[in-house]
Ligand binder design. Structure first.
Ligand code: ATR
Length: 264
C-alpha cells in the first residue's frame, strides 16, 4: 500500500483524510491517507521518509517551517513563503504550494479573474496564498487588514495595494475573499460590512468552513451575491495535490461529496 497523510498540530480535525481516502477508494487504489500529529517537524519528516510515505499535506503550524526542510521548493511556494504539499523523492522531500491554486480554481468556476478588481480581507499566511493566486490569474488585488502594518508588509511583498479598514467600502470589487480567522464559530469580525456593500454582480468567497455559511457569506448571499464557501478552496487545493502525487486526474465529484459529508 502507498501511504499519504496530513501533518499538523493538531491534525485530528482535518477534513483531508476523508477527501483523499474517498479519492483513492473510488479509483480502487491501494493507498491510505492518515492524519498525523507531529511535535517536531524535522523528526517527523525524517521518520515518514524512512517509512516510505509518498506524499504529505502540511498544515498549521508547519507550513513555513516545512519550506526549510525541503530539498526543492517551487517558485510559487517561495513567493508565498509556505508549502502545504510534500512529495518524496530520492534525495528528500520536494515542496509545493497548492493553496493559491485552490483559491483560483474555486473562484474561476464562477468568473474569469483576468482584469477584475478583488478585495481581500486579512494579511496573514492564508491571505498571502490567496493574493498570490489572484494576481497570477490577472486580478488587481486590494487588501485590508485590522493591523495596518501587516497589510503594508504584504503589499510590499506581493503586487497588491492596501486600504485601511475604515475605507474598504470605497473599493468597488467584482470579487471579495475573506481570509481572516474571524467568522469561525463564535469569533466576531473586527470589521463591519456596510449594508449596501455586497451586490448581485459580486462573487464572494470565505476560506472559513466551520461553519460552512459564515456570517460574512450569509450577508453576501442575502444581498444576492454569488457565494463560494471554504470547502471549495479546500477541495481544489486537494485536487492539485492528488494529481501531483499520483500523476493522474483527481476524481472531483467523489472528493467534493466526501468533503461535504465530513463537514456536517
Ligand atoms: P492565517 O495563516 O490563518 O492567515 P494568521 O497569519 O494568524 O493566520 O492571520 C490571521 C488573519 O486574520 C490576520 O489578517 C488577522 O488580522 P491581524 O493581522 O490584525 O491580526 C486576521 N484576524 C484575526 N482575527 C480577526 C478578527 N476578529 N477580525 C478581523 N480580522 C481578524
Amino acid at each position: 500500500h502507498d501511504l499519504f497523510g496530513v501533518l499538523g498540530r493538531p491534525a485530528g480535525h482535518s477534513l483531508s483524510p476523508a477527501m483523499m481516502q474517498a479519492a483513492f477508494d473510488v479509483l480502487g487504489l491501494k493507498a491510505y491517507y492518515l492524519a498525523l500529529e507531529a511535535d517536531d517537524l524535522a523528526e517527523a519528516l525524517a521518520a515518514l521518509d524512512a517509512v516510505g510515505f509518498r506524499g504529505l499535506s502540511v498544515t498549521v503550524p508547519f507550513k513555513q517551517e516545512a519550506m526549510k526542510l525541503c530539498v526543492h521548493v517551487d517558485a510559487a511556494a517561495q513567493r508565498i513563503g509556505a508549502v502545504n504539499t510534500l512529495r518524496r523523492t530520492q534525495g528528500g522531500w520536494e515542496g509545493r504550494n497548492t493553496d493559491w491554486l485552490g483559491a483560483v480554481r474555486a473562484l474561476e468556476r464562477q468568473l474569469s479573474l483576468q482584469g477584475v478588481t478583488a478585495l481581500v480581507f486579512g494579511a496573514g499566511g492564508a491571505a498571502r496564498g490567496v493574493v498570490y493566486g489572484l494576481t497570477e490569474a490577472g486580478a488587481h488585488v486590494v487588501i485590508t487588514n485590522r493591523t495596518e502594518d501587516r497589510a503594508r508588509e504584504l503589499a510590499a511583498a506581493l503586487p497588491c495595494s492596501w486600504v485601511p479598514m475604515e475605507s474598504f467600502h470605497r473599493v468597488k470589487p467584482q470579487v471579495v475573499v475573506q481570509t481572516t480567522s474571524a467568522g469561525m464559530s463564535g469569533r466576531p469580525y473586527a470589521f463591519r460590512v456596510p449594508q449596501n456593500f455586497f451586490t448581485p454582480q459580486m462573487v464572494v468567497m470565505d476560506i472559513v468552513y466551520s461553519p460552512l455559511e459564515t456570517p460574512f457569506l450569509r450577508q453576501a448571499k442575502a444581498a444576492g451575491a454569488r457565494v463560494v464557501d471554504g470547502l471549495e478552496m479546500l477541495l481544489y487545493q486537494g485536487i492539485e495535490q492528488f494529481s501531483w502525487w499520483l500523476n493522474r486526474p483527481a476524481p472531483e465529484a467523489a472528493m467534493r461529496q466526501a468533503l461535504r459529508r465530513a463537514a456536517h
